[in-house]
Design a protein. Structure first.
Length: 424
């Protein structure tokens, strides 16, 4: 049975993790969690007859079984790459000598951006965008101040990530993270908060002082996850607190996955599927840079795939939002896609993680965007956010070199040289 194959592939991932001593609180563990989320809920829906109550493909056993097989092959490829190429590299402690004034100046300069972001999120944040989108009831994309607000949130994330790059995980970083919690509560969007929170946990668990207190880091990580879920529950109060907290997880597992079921359905039912053969990964990220006003959507290769699906689907593509990367992988290379795309992703993930100290700016921009979100967002969107974060951090870096921000000190970030591997 496909579910047994999927279970076996998960056992393989867990075995690789234990053999290579990969912590659960890591990109590897996040991948496992998403794979469980996006496969168990659809399987449960079709197995217990719940699918017919929602959307058509959640009652299609054959389509769900194909996804389970494809996800199983992806798991085997992901685990194999980590089995042979993973190396445990930990963040190096920051050398904070002579950085006190610079750190305080940076925090003071970040304060106005924090206040503006909170004010914008109150009026044009995710919760307001969602209600406005539903009120429009036309599927139109709402721009204007909602877009401006989104970019302010990206900028504030970039400010926090640069602080980690420049000063490390110290009390100033915790102050900025607390400000991000305020933005989370006001805005309601966990997709901005959770990735940077997880990267913070990755850095915390790498600190030498925390290696014997790992359980406290895991408890903190769990509290951060619950906080993000509870914040969403406060916005959409529909039942008990427990139901409102669990609801978004269930919906994400079922409907986030639905796009992949639709792509699989297209392979099965389209007479001549037109696959992108990787163009959606190579060209779409740059097409996203075209202004939306001139209709960039018609140039996107993944959109061409969804346009092909429209005549044969009972619902619109991804009817309640959400995304699972298997959908784009299938659109690119048919049933070979999940294994091929996952292998490439795993290699890049391992390479970036192994070079986190030598390419720190790249790592801090890549990990909370493509590194953690690849599995749940279309690649072009993830790449766009990565590019925004990287450019924000690079701009601050260049400004600090010419002392435009009041950050003084050497031109190089204040980190000690990496320790030999045996000392890490």
């Amino acid at each position: 049975m496909p579910i047994l194959l999927f279970a076996a592939s998960m056992v393989f991932l867990i075995w690789v993790g234990r053999l290579r001593k990969i912590r659960l609180l890591s990109p590897y563990g996040v991948f496992i969690a998403f794979q469980v989320l996006y496969n168990i809920f659809p399987w449960a829906s079709v197995s217990f007859g719940l699918g017919s109550m929602m959307f058509s493909l959640l009652a299609d056993q054959s389509i769900v079984n194909i996804q389970l097989v494809l996800s199983s092959t992806a798991n085997l490829c992901f685990g194999a790459v980590f089995l042979f190429f993973y190396k445990d590299v930990r963040f190096q402690e920051a050398d904070r000598s002579s950085l006190g004034t610079s750190r305080r100046n940076y925090l003071w300069l970040a304060a106005p951006l924090f206040l503006i972001t909170v004010a914008l999120c109150e009026k044009y944040g995710w919760h307001q965008f969602t209600f406005a989108h539903y009120a429009a009831d036309s599927g139109e994309i709402l721009g204007g101040m909602y877009t401006v607000t989104a970019y302010f949130k990206f900028a504030f994330v970039g400010v926090y990530l640069y602080y980690l790059y420049r000063f490390g995980l110290d009390k100033g970083a915790w102050i900025l993270l607390a400000e991000h919690i305020v933005v989370l509560v006001v805005d309601g969007a966990r997709a901005t908060f959770l990735p940077v929170f997880l990267v913070t946990m990755f850095m915390l668990i790498d600190k030498a002082s925390m290696r014997k207190r790992l359980k406290y880091v895991y408890i903190l990580a769990l509290l951060g996850f619950i906080l993000s879920m509870a914040t969403r529950a406060l916005i959409f109060e529909e039942g008990s607190l427990l139901e409102d907290v669990a609801g978004p997880v269930t919906i994400e597992g079922v409907m986030g996955d639905y796009s992949s079921l639709q792509s699989i359905y297209g392979v099965e039912r389209l007479p001549s599927p037109s696959y992108s053969y990787g163009a959606s990964y190579v060209l779409d990220p740059f097409i996203w840079l075209i202004p939306q006003s001139i209709g960039r959507e018609r140039f996107l290769f993944f959109n061409r795939w969804t346009d092909q699906l429209a005549p044969i689907l009972s619902e619109e593509f991804s009817p309640l939002g959400g995304f699972y990367y298997v959908s784009e992988a299938v659109a690119a290379f048919s049933y070979l896609g999940p294994a091929l795309v996952t292998t490439v992703f795993a290699f890049v993930l391992v390479w970036v993680d192994r070079h986190k100290n030598s390419h720190r700016l790249l790592y801090l921009a890549w990990m909370p965007t493509i590194g953690l979100m690849f599995i749940k967002v279309p690649f072009d969107n993830g790449f766009k956010i990565f590019l925004i974060q990287f450019l924000i951090m690079k701009t601050i870096f260049l400004a600090s070199k010419v002392k435009l921000t009041g950050i003084t000190g050497s031109n190089r970030p204040g980190f000690s040289r990496p320790l030999p591997l045996q000392q890490q």
